[in-house]
Design a binder for this molecule. Structure first.
Ligand code: FES
Length: 120
């Protein structure tokens, strides 16, 4: 396993306008890409609480946060930090670079586990 994932082309910068959040796909993983005042951030587009695509929730570019459409957990799009319950685990964020109007992303090896069995 390579220690660092390779950068792969995700989208063109003009595909996501300031204040927008959209879903793209890379290596079969849903990637949320958002534009906060011209700065781009990419993260796993799966809520760490249960299963929902955050790109279908509310994106607040002013706060730099996205709100899950299912139960309303909020995440910081830059750090991935869970800002409110019911989510507690951070969102995996992806390294990103912009070159010549294209956005390249190195996928975070960490993935959100979906449908994992819970033991109580
Ligand atoms: S699935 Fe996102 S808050 Fe519950």
């Amino acid at each position: 396993m390579p220690e660092h994932q390779e950068f792969q082309k995700l989208a063109a910068t003009d595909e996501v306008a300031p204040g927008e959040l959209k879903q793209f796909e890379l290596d079969g993983r849903p990637v949320g890409l958002c534009n906060v005042d011209g700065e781009f951030y990419a993260f796993e587009d799966i809520c760490t609480h249960q299963f929902a695509h955050l790109s279908e929730g509310e994106f607040d570019a002013g706060a730099g946060e996205v709100k899950c459409p299912l139960h309303g957990a909020r995440f910081d799009v830059q750090s991935g930090e869970a800002k409110s319950l019911p989510a507690v685990k951070p969102l995996p964020t992806h390294e990103l670079k912009v070159e010549d109007g294209e956005i390249y992303v190195a996928l975070n090896p960490k993935q959100v586990k979906v449908g994992g069995r819970r033991r109580r």
